[in-house]
Design a protein around this ligand. Structure first.
Ligand code: AMP
Length: 215
């Protein structure tokens, strides 16, 4: 059983790196942002509550986030473990998490703010199957269309310069202290998020003592 948290500023590759770990080690990938985006797309009650907050790049209230995380983990479909992405994002969420679940490692993807801006503003998403693209490093084969399902690609509602600045500010003010909390427990593994994604995946596996990435 492997229980990981992946942290890093938006655009640092958390989603991509989590997927690669999930596929090989049969982990359940829990992305709080993806859960909320699903709720918004499907016009649920939770979706209505979070839509505006997300579009502005602000953080959703802790009570709601915690109940979503608890409900997801209570499904207990993670026989081989989980990798949780986008949570915890502040001190209170970290306390809640550490009280309920013990974790093996926190993977911290490091990326300078300028690189974050460059990556995030060129990010595109398939609203149908959830596949992520990047117009710099990971272009779709046909412009504006998903390689997997052919759906038209969109820009995430919160990938605007204003929302990005709000998220960067929150990250530095609220999420960085969470890392310090985890550091005291000696579970943090810092990984440089700048190299190509295969190299980053390999670095994660090396530091966690996992079998190598074969691509
Ligand atoms: P992400 O895909 O992780 O960038 O999350 C997208 C948005 O979902 C964030 O900008 C927040 O509005 C909301 N969100 C995701 N995770 C959390 C969290 N742990 N706490 C509060 N809000 C969150």
């Amino acid at each position: 059983m492997r229980k990981y948290v992946i942290m890093g500023v938006q655009g640092s590759g958390k989603g991509t790196q989590s997927q690669l770990l999930r596929e090989e080690f049969d982990l359940v990938h829990i992305s709080v942002g993806d859960i909320f985006r699903w709720q918004v797309r499907n016009h649920t009650k939770i979706g209505a509550q979070v839509k505006r907050i997300m579009a502005a790049g602000e953080l959703v209230g802790d009570d709601l986030v915690e109940s979503v995380v608890r409900r997801r983990l209570d499904q207990h479909d993670w026989n081989y473990g989980f990798i949780i992405d986008g949570f915890p994002r502040n001190g209170r969420q970290a306390e809640f998490f550490m009280e309920s679940y013990d974790i093996d490692a926190v993977i911290h993807l490091e990326l300078p703010d300028d690189e974050v801006r460059r990556r995030v503003l060129s990010r595109r998403l398939c609203p149908n199957c959830g596949m992520d693209y990047n117009l710099i490093a990971d272009r779709p084969e046909q412009e504006g269309r998903c390689d997997i399902c052919g759906h038209e690609l969109v820009t995430r509602a919160d990938d605007t310069p204003e929302a990005l600045e709000a998220r960067l500010r929150d990250y530095h003010e609220k999420t960085r202290p969470v890392l310090e909390l985890f550091r005291r427990k000696e579970v943090v593994h810092d990984v440089d998020g700048r190299p190509p994604l295969e190299e980053v995946q390999q670095a994660i596996r090396t530091t966690l003592g996992l079998p190598p990435y074969k691509g």
